[in-house]
Design a protein around this ligand. Structure first.
Ligand code: GLU
Length: 424
């Protein structure tokens, strides 16, 4: 094995087993009944589809995709769709469970879902991507709808993909159904503030954790892993709030300057060159170097399993804010907790996206649209409330912020299940 080969997948890196383990920790403290535990630690529905797409050269390619609904007790299933060559059913199941807890923690009236297609979108032309998006929307249309299951963007999907999906579902119905997906373009019922919502949420979270730990954002250094929708907006908005962004990375590589990077310059450099690598005034860092830099805050904003038992002992940041879903494994959590590293969990830190998705859906259903100032104000209110509730539970039980967040979220879903009762 060369030094750059990916480490072999261990059971400890299976996101679904890890999601169940996180749930079990909360179920234990909440003393949930065995029956309720059995219900909540599994997904409710999983749909696997294989579908053909016509390639530009006339050939056919068959793709595999998934839509999984973990829970719908508190409302319609909600969650994004990712296009990624390494996605699989187990990953999508984990992501759907995390959506349930995220929506419950924010106290927005949704269950949890996720979707994925096994594809590297960079290998497709724009027309091929459109045909794939439309066909996948059609294949999962038996599950999705404004009252049942509402997709949104995730890794490698965006407003344009959402527009194609909304159009496909609407054409099949014979009338426009804007509320069937969120994260749409503004022209067809998208919301002000949605594209920047996740990064804004990360920034609000960073300010709240600084207050809790009595730190000054103006004297706080940050490394951001990932420069997609979440990482780039987080870096930009955190820099505006006084944080010093010292390192960022994307698929092109990582860049570091202990004195701070000029984030706007970096965004321009990326537009011009396609990546952050080679940004003037920085030195290159590898992905693992970036995670282990001597900064105050680390924001993993890429994929799962970035901080594991293999590197948790070497993380120098004292705070980790999870912009991605599932970047830290439960084994790593134990090591970080022992070392006094504070982890602000994904279901809080990246919940800005789904919260503004909720606002978008409400606006679509009412056909009445709000201004960006109102969106941002309501987002901040909901995130700060959830942050306080998470801390309150963590302090009460002397547990990590992740467990505190799970105690709030799992209890809400458990209570809703008990109130509804079991059918028939
Ligand atoms: N994909 C985002 C997430 O993981 C947003 C989901 C949504 O807006 O429904 O939270």
């Amino acid at each position: 094995m060369t030094a750059t080969a990916p480490a072999p997948a261990l059971p400890a890196d299976d996101p679904w087993l890890n999601a169940q383990r996180q749930f079990d920790n909360a179920a234990q403290i909440l003393n949930l009944s065995p029956g309720l535990r059995a219900v909540l630690r599994e997904v409710r529905r999983e749909l696997l589809v294989r579908f053909p797409v016509k390639m530009d050269n006339g050939s056919l390619r068959v793709f595999e995709g998934y839509r999984v609904q973990h829970n719908t007790t508190r409302g319609p299933a909600k969650g994004g769709i990712r296009f990624h060559p390494q996605t699989n059913l187990e990953e999508v199941k984990a992501l759907s469970m995390w959506m349930t807890w995220k929506c419950a923690l924010m106290n927005i009236p949704y269950g949890g879902a996720k979707g994925g297609v096994v594809v590297d979108p960079k290998e497709l032309s724009h027309r091929e991507l459109e045909r794939l998006s439309r066909r996948f929307a059609s294949e999962i249309s038996m599950l999705i709808g404004p009252d049942s299951d509402i997709p949104a963007p995730d890794v490698n999907t965006n407003a344009e993909v959402m527009a194609w999906m909304m159009d496909t579902i609407s054409m099949e119905a014979g009338y426009s159904i804007p509320a069937v997906v969120t994260g749409k373009p503004l022209d067809i019922g998208g919301s002000e503030g949605r594209p920047s919502a996740t990064g804004r949420g990360v920034t609000i979270t960073a300010i709240e954790i600084c207050k809790r730990l009595d730190r000054d954002p103006n004297a706080t250094t940050v490394a951001v892993q990932g420069f997609g929708n979440v990482g780039s907006v987080s870096a930009e908005l955190m820099a505006e709030r006084g944080f010093r962004i010292c390192a960022v990375s994307d698929v092109s590589g990582g860049v570091y300057n202990p004195m701070g990077l000029h984030v706007h310059g970096l965004l321009n450099h990326r537009s011009a060159t396609g990546g952050v690598a080679g940004f003037p005034g920085s030195r290159p860092v590898t992905n693992s170097e970036l995670l282990e830099l001597p900064v105050d805050i680390l924001v993993p904003a890429a994929l799962e399993n970035q901080i594991t038992a293999r590197n948790a002992g070497r993380i120098q940041a004292s705070v980790i804010i999870e912009g991605a879903n599932g970047p830290t494994t439960p084994d790593a959590d134990l090591i970080l907790e022992q070392r006094g590293v504070v982890v602000v969990p994904d279901i809080l830190a990246n919940a800005g996206g789904v919260t503004v998705s909720y606002f978008e859906w409400v606006q679509d259903l009412q056909s009445f649209f709000w201004e960006e100032g109102e969106i941002n104000k309501q987002l901040e209110r909901i995130l700060r409330r959830a942050f306080a509730q998470m801390c309150q539970q963590a302090d009460l039980h002397h547990v990590s912020l992740r467990l505190g967040a799970y105690l709030v979220a799992v209890k809400r879903v458990a209570d809703a299940t008990a109130v509804r009762g079991i059918y028939p």
